[in-house]
Design a protein around this ligand. Sequence first.
Ligand SMILES: C[S@@+](CC[C@H](N)C(=O)[O-])C[C@H]1O[C@@H](n2cnc3c(N)ncnc32)[C@H](O)[C@@H]1O
Length: 312
Amino acid sequence: MFHSTCLCTDCENELRPKLLELFAGIGGATVAFQNFVDVIAAIDINDNAKSVYQTNFSHPYLTLSIESLSASRLQAFNADIWWMSPPCQPFTRRGLRRDDRDPRSAALKNLIDILDIAGPATLMLENVVGFQKSKMHRRLITKLTSCDYHIHEYLLCPTDFGIPNNRPRYYLLASKTPVKKLNFKNPEPKHLVDFLDTKVDERFWIERELLGGKINGLNVVTPKSDSSICFTSSYGRWMRISGSFIQCGERIRRFTPREILRILGFPEAFKLPTSLTDSQLWKLIGNSISVFVVQRLLSPYVGSEFLRPSSK
Ligand SMILES: C[S@@+](CC[C@H](N)C(=O)[O-])C[C@H]1O[C@@H](n2cnc3c(N)ncnc32)[C@H](O)[C@@H]1O
């Protein structure tokens, strides 16, 4: 179980900022932030995600719909930072890009509406590429600007940091304190072999005969590859576009949930409950975030005004 006590000598005596993880899923932001903040609570509506989170963390996990949260309830958390990864379907082709007309945007709308009353010192948001062209984005930026937040926006991909996975995402950092725009250097690419399990159960392997002609439509990588396609929540249900397959020698298999977690930057100590099936885990993990990228986004701010508790 991870605890929020920081062992880092630089900040052990400092008051740590308080984080509220909204749309928390399995807790990617808790994992990414845990050495710098105290997590007050995580909020989501998904019971399977809650079960993964609670296998790893002791912070409160509230299963409630964010569109029902009032300003006073949010204020009561007294959070310095809100992290949020709202549902991305309203901004994807598969989700029909219904944007602010999609009922799945209602929770984000609610948060935007009450930002002027309940907004934290720092707000961070992650979403799919495409969000930055949406009406919901315009609505959010308009509100943040009117509430005097300083805003930085990034389109970043794990491959920008040498991680062999294509998962481009939009990131927003909004803070009441001005912060410098970050510049990232491209490091040497890593290869998938560094992220693979040494022993893989037979259930993940796929007989070539079963694939038949479908193999041509699959994204098949090898341990030496320095990229793979985005693992989505449909991995395990859909063969194509939902994530790469890996060819080891003559055989082909899916990536295991543990391997995908590793590619996203979750530590080995992160546990997966045995009560959940592979399909349930693929779905939850496919919805999560690149811990690698979020930690790179945070690293320049550690100890800075941006991550300090507000004086409210
Ligand atoms: C893109 S996923 C975020 C996953 C998370 N960042 C993680 O690390 O696993 C969006 C999450 O929002 C949750 N969600 C969708 N609608 C919600 C609502 N109205 N209130 C609370 N959570 C909601 C979903 O259950 C899902 O876990």
